[in-house]
Every structure is written in structure tokens, then in C-alpha cells.
Design a protein around this ligand. Structure first.
Ligand SMILES: C[S@@+](CC[C@H](N)C(=O)[O-])C[C@H]1O[C@@H](n2cnc3c(N)ncnc32)[C@H](O)[C@@H]1O
Length: 318
């Protein structure tokens, strides 16, 4: 990220006021690390290229965006005490405008670029040809995958249109997230396998009569994990941004720690809220107890899964 800012951000864009925006910020603390890294990189570039002290010349402001029901109270109560920026919250869906025209210089989206605005129509309807009997769009049913991809493309184009209006000309969007390498199905990756264990656990509980099968059948998540080629095409078709970098972040120890507990807990962290909203918190906990058992039972299959992708994309406004 520092390298992208150092090489891709035009020095002329760094003026006495510099605005950073985090879209899908949640309630911290990751967002504080992300925005501080951006500010450090901008200061570094400014100092190296002008020889001047950024602290004396630039005022930073950070705007934090998420849904209106995000826990902004926690976010603002836990802002780092030694921060060197002013802060503001901009609630609302990032698929629409949330900021004035030309109001920020660098935007970041961390692990929020795989959300859709809704579950595609038909996917939760047992009588529809698009009915998704998997827990998520893991890739077995091509029609379900296409419905998700169409929804995702429309949503991301709206997101890019809105950011293109809000971003200053020459400004950058930095996007981190989970994706798939071209041709790899979600169900072939470790994450996809764990998602399928959620579906299998829900079906086990339905068969035991603990939850209603109808409730299980009508459950799907508003997420789409895109392939690299799909992401590139959506951004190209939108036409408002140029892809300056698209990197598959390869960690020396693999995509994430391959440990049954870590896999179950991290999936609960990202998917638990969807299950709680549909089935209640107690049922969500039951489901993840079963998921952990399944992860242990199928661990050798998970260890041989195809790699997923953690991407970093740098977009420059055209
Ligand atoms: C997985 S969390 C990532 C949070 C944080 N960026 C991080 O990296 O730790 C995704 C966040 O995106 C937010 N989000 C999802 N869809 C959104 C939308 N349409 N508008 C604004 N925020 C959204 C969620 O509410 C959630 O806080």
C-alpha cells in the first residue's frame, strides 16, 4: 500500500488538506491501522519529495463509512489517542453516494468488496429454477452462480460510480479482499469447504428436527467471492477507474493458518452474524460446534484444497 501511494499518487494532489475514506470500516480496530498506514505513506512521500515537514503543512481528515446500524459509538470511543487526524462518520450503504463530490483523496475498502446489496431474486425460493440448495454460492450450480455474479456486477458498478464522483481527480482507491483465482470454484477452496460444512450442519439440525427445513432452504448470504477475471472485467466495463495494480498477496505461511479451530472461529466471525439474524444466536452457536467437528473430520481434504486468493487492487480514477 505504501509503495502504491509512493509511486501512483500524484504529489500535486497532496495539499494542505488531505482526506482519507474507509468504506465498510466496521467498529475497529483494523480500520485505525489501515488509515494510519495510508497517512504515514502520504507523509513519507510528501517529506521525501518536498523536503518539508508534513506535520506543519497537511491536515488529515478521515471519514469512516459503514451501514447506519454499525457500532460507530465503539469506533469513535476507541479512536487512537495519539492520532494525527480529524475524524467523521458517514453512515449509509457504499453502493450509493455517501460523500460530497470531489471530497476525498484516497479511499480504502478492506474485506467489504465481496458484499452484494441483496441475495439475488429467486435464490431463496424453493420453486424457482435459481433456488440455491447450498448454503452459499459455492459453485456447483451455474445458474445460481450467474445470478450472484449479475447482482454483484450491478452492485460493484454502482459502488464505482459513486466513488468516482466523490474521489478527487487522480485520487486512488485501495481494495483488499478475498477472491478466487480464475477457474477455481469456491467449493474447492478451504474457505468454501467450511461454508459447505455450515450448510451440511444446518441440514443435520433440520433432519434432527431442531430447526425447520424450510428455514434452512430459505437461507443464503449477500456475498459473492469473485474470480480475478470477473473483477477485472467489472472494473473495465464500469470505465471510471484504471487498474494500476492487482496483486495476489502471498503470505509465506499460506493464505491463513490451517488449523481446525482457527478455521471454525474465523468463519464464525465472518458468517455468524448472517446465521444469527436468520436462526438466532443459540442456533448459530450450535451450527458452529458441528462445523468444527466436520472441519476436524475432513481436515486432510481441507489441507489439499486449492488456494483461494487475498487480493490487493489499486484503482486510479480516470
Ligand atoms: C468483513 S467486515 C470488514 C471490516 C473492516 N473493513 C476490516 O477490514 O476489519 C465488512 C464490513 O463491510 C460493511 N458493509 C457491507 N456492505 C456494506 C455497504 N453496502 N455499505 C457500507 N458498509 C458495508 C459491513 O457492515 C462490515 O462492517
Amino acid at each position: 500500500m505504501s509503495e502504491a501511494i509512493s509511486t501512483k499518487l500524484n504529489l500535486n494532489l497532496i495539499s494542505d488538506r488531505f482526506n482519507v475514506a474507509d468504506f465498510g470500516c466496521a467498529s475497529g480496530p483494523n480500520t485505525f491501522v489501515a488509515v494510519q498506514n495510508i497517512i504515514n505513506a502520504v507523509e513519507d512521500k510528501y517529506h521525501k519529495e518536498t523536503g518539508q515537514n508534513p506535520a506543519e503543512n497537511i491536515t488529515f481528515q478521515v471519514v469512516f463509512n459503514d451501514f447506519t446500524n454499525n457500532d460507530f459509538n465503539t469506533l469513535f470511543q476507541t479512536l487512537p489517542a495519539r492520532r494525527k487526524y480529524y475524524s467523521a462518520g458517514v453512515p449509509g450503504s457504499f453502493f450509493r453516494r455517501v460523500l460530497p463530490k470531489h471530497s476525498f483523496h484516497i479511499g480504502v475498502i478492506n474485506y467489504a468488496f465481496h458484499f452484494t446489496s441483496q441475495v439475488p431474486k429467486g435464490v431463496t425460493d424453493r420453486d424457482s429454477p435459481l433456488w440455491n440448495k447450498d448454503m452459499h454460492c459455492t459453485g456447483f450450480n451455474e445458474m445460481v452462480k450467474k445470478a450472484y455474479l449479475d447482482q454483484y456486477s450491478a452492485d460493484i458498478k454502482n459502488l464505482l460510480d459513486a466513488r468516482a464522483e466523490e474521489l478527487l481527480p487522480g485520487g486512488l482507491m485501495l481494495v483488499f479482499g478475498s477472491g478466487l483465482r480464475d477457474g477455481v470454484k469456491m467449493s474447492e477452496t478451504a474457505k468454501g469447504m467450511v461454508l459447505d460444512f455450515i450448510g451440511a450442519s444446518l441440514n443435520d439440525l433440520a433432519q434432527q428436527g431442531v430447526i425447520e427445513q424450510d428455514k434452512v432452504d430459505s437461507f443464503s448470504t449477500p456475498l459473492y467471492i469473485a474470480e480475478e477475471g470477473e473483477l477485472r472485467q467489472i472494473i473495465k466495463e464500469n470505465g471510471k477507474f484504471t487498474i494500476e495494480a492487482f496483486e495476489d498477496i502471498i503470505h509465506p505461511y499460506g493464505e491463513f493458518p490451517l488449523d481446525p479451530k482457527v478455521l471454525a472461529v474465523s468463519t464464525k466471525a465472518s458468517f455468524g452474524a448472517f446465521l444469527s439474524a436468520h436462526f438466532g444466536v443459540d442456533m448459530m452457536r450450535k451450527v458452529f460446534e458441528l462445523v468444527e467437528v466436520k472441519v476436524r473430520q475432513e481436515f486432510s481434504r481441507i489441507q489439499n484444497a486449492k488456494p483461494g486468493m487475498q487480493y490487493f487492487i489499486v484503482l486510479r480514477k480516470n
